[in-house]
Structures are given as structure tokens and as C-alpha cells.
Design a protein around this ligand. Sequence first.
Ligand code: FAD
Length: 378
Amino acid sequence: MNYDFSDKEFNLFVEIHTLISEFVKDKNLESSDINTSAENIRQALALLSQTPYLKLGVEKAENYNGLLTLMGAMEVIAGTSPSLFLSIETSTRIFGRILSTWGSDSQKEKLLNPLLNGQIIGAVGLSEDALNVDNDPLTTTAVADGDSVKISGHKQYVINGPTADWIAVVGMMNGKNVICLVEKGTPGLTIGEKTATLGYEGVAISKIILNDCTIASSQVITPKNDKDMLNTLKLWENQILIGAGLGLMKTAFESAKDHSKKHKTGGKPIIAYQEVGFKLSEMLTLFQTSQLFAYRAAWTADTDPKNVESLTLCAKVFCTESAEQVASEAMKILGGSGFLSGHPVEEAFRCSKYGQIAGTSTEISRVKIGDTALGMNK
Ligand SMILES: Cc1cc2nc3c(=O)[nH]c(=O)nc-3n(C[C@H](O)[C@H](O)[C@H](O)COP(=O)(O)OP(=O)(O)OC[C@H]3O[C@@H](n4cnc5c(N)ncnc54)[C@H](O)[C@@H]3O)c2cc1C
């Protein structure tokens, strides 16, 4: 195990930090306007396509350490703009990995290259009414009709739903889980209004409805092991939420640290009060422990994929729960200013709630981690 980043990796982190922080200046990334969200994500993707970032974890990127490099890079982008991060990662690291892992050569040629060049946006529709696919089988169906396939069903919340060019819809066909690649504008596909959310307001999230939505059978992906496919989709989502947690903690910690040195009460900077120092030290401990956990889970995903699920769930629970704690403590150090709408720490606090409920929730993760420890999941 070696989690030290090379000079090349550090240079990549600096490059993407510079690109994204320049880009976010003067932009309203938390705008609830769909056209603004779409424009923001397209411009950011075009910028990032000039770096190896979009390829990490999707294609082999020479001289980078796979998911470990990706985890370091995700922290940078999530720390700069949580909303851009969630949109880009859903498109690249879930929609993109669906194509690179299970897609046919022609599907890859048609969609993967444009995706990695930042020319198209992808979305993934998995969860439904009961939302949690761990407990409830999918009700979206795909039925063969000659050379076509008709899809019917609905997905409750889809990140990038209103902005995506293509949506990977997961449903059941002949008793197996399949993924249907549906292009925006396909007859029978209805995209709902953007849903307002507590955090990540700049992400366009909506319901999607499929009513005999007809696609060519060549647009259906049928992975050999369809149960593994669902677990893999959740694993990828959990990896993104771990990266988000790191970025949120970085923002919260750095902001509280700066404030504690600049803001004065009783004639001295508040860092001079031991209780403030204790808070910062507790926040840093949680942040750095989360980083190590995240790097270990990323490294294991590349080197020992059979044993990655439980470790990733442990890392996901630790990182996402720590993100809320670190953001909450940071708000206390910031006093009134941290409570103002639009402050990065206030935003980090709101966004941190999503990490706990999305992917495999904290509670379901704990059940699964316990089952694995007791050997009950075989
Ligand atoms: C903003 C947003 C964006 C989203 N984007 C997408 C997207 O792009 N694509 C997509 O497919 N989905 C998306 N989702 C759906 C998301 O993945 C689900 O909301 C999430 O899986 C939680 O499911 P749920 O709301 O049904 O909660 P439930 O699973 O019903 O959970 C409710 C509570 O019960 C607990 N619980 C449930 N089952 C168990 C169990 N077996 N053991 C212990 N505790 C349990 C949970 O931990 C939680 O506390 C999004 C959701 C939101 C809010």
C-alpha cells in the first residue's frame, strides 16, 4: 500500500484546481435555472477534457494510479464546486463506466469518446418509487418488439435528467436487469420539472417517465451477471459520494481555519482560544482519517476488487458522516457569517446530508458491513 501521490499527480491536482477555480469565478453555479446549469456543466466538461481527469477510472490513463489518483482529483473538484462535481461525476464516472465496462464496441464508439471529450452529458435512472434497489426489484420494463425495445416505467430522481443528452435507464427485460441507452427527445420519454433540493442546487434533478419509449435493440446493454451490475452501480455511486465528502470537508476545514486566524474577539484572533483550536484539531483528524480510508478503498478497488464492497461501505459511512460533523463544527467557528446563505461552509453542511442518504445509505451500509463481518452475505 502506498498512498503517496507522485509529482505528476500533484501537478494534475494543481492544474484542475486552477482550471475549475478560474471557471467558477463570476459564475452562478448554484443557479436553479436549467439552461444555466446545462451551460455550466458543458463548459466545465470542455475545460476538463483538456486534462486526463475525465478518463480516470473510465479508461487507462498512463502514469496515473487509477482510482487512487481519481480520489485525490475528486476532492479538488468537489471542494471547489459541489454541484459541478455531482453533475460531472454522474455523467462521467457512472454513465461513462457503464459504457466502458459493459458497452459494445459500437456503443463505445458512438458515446464514450464524445463523453470523454466533454461533448455530451449522461444521466443514470436507477431508483424508482421505492427508490432503494437494495430492497425492491425494479418495476421499469423493457420488452422486445422486432428490432426495437419498448421501455415503460418511471424514475423518481435523476441527476442531470433535464440536461443530459443520453440517459442510461436500468430496467427488467426477460427477468434480467438490463440498461437501456435512451437519447433525449426519443418519443415516449418525458423529462419532469427540475426538483428543488436542500443542497447541490446547481444540479438539475428531475423525474423521468417512459411510456412505450422505443429504442433500437442495439441500444440495450445486457451484462452477463445482472446482480453484479446493480452492486457495481452502487459501488461507483458510493465512490463518488466518498470523493464529495472529502471535498466538502476540505472546504469547511480551510474556511474555518482562515476565519479563526483573521476574526478577532477580545482583541485577539479566535484561534487564540483553546476551544477553537480543539475544534480545528478534531476536524482535521476526521478529514485526514477520511482521506486515508478513501485512498485505501480506492486502491483496493483497483488491486483486489473482490474484497472492495464492505471496505468501500465503511469508507463511505465514515467520510459522509464526518463531512456533516466537520461542516457543522466549521459553522460554529464561523459564527454568524457561516449561517449566511451562500457561504461555502453553509453549502457544505447542506450538501453533506445527501452523502448519507444517497448511494447505499448509512443505515443500509451498516447492516451490510455487519453481515459481511459475520459472513452472512455469502
Ligand atoms: C437529490 C437526489 C438525487 C438523486 N439522483 C439519483 C439519480 O441520479 N439516479 C438514481 O437512480 N437515483 C437517484 N436518487 C435516488 C437515491 O438514490 C435514493 O433516494 C436513495 O437510494 C434513498 O432511497 P429512498 O429515498 O427510497 O430511501 P429508503 O431506501 O426508503 O430509506 C429511508 C430510510 O430507511 C432506511 N432503510 C431503508 N432500508 C433499510 C434497510 N434494509 N436496513 C436499514 N435501514 C434501511 C434508510 O437508511 C433511510 O434512513 C437521488 C435522490 C436524491 C434525493
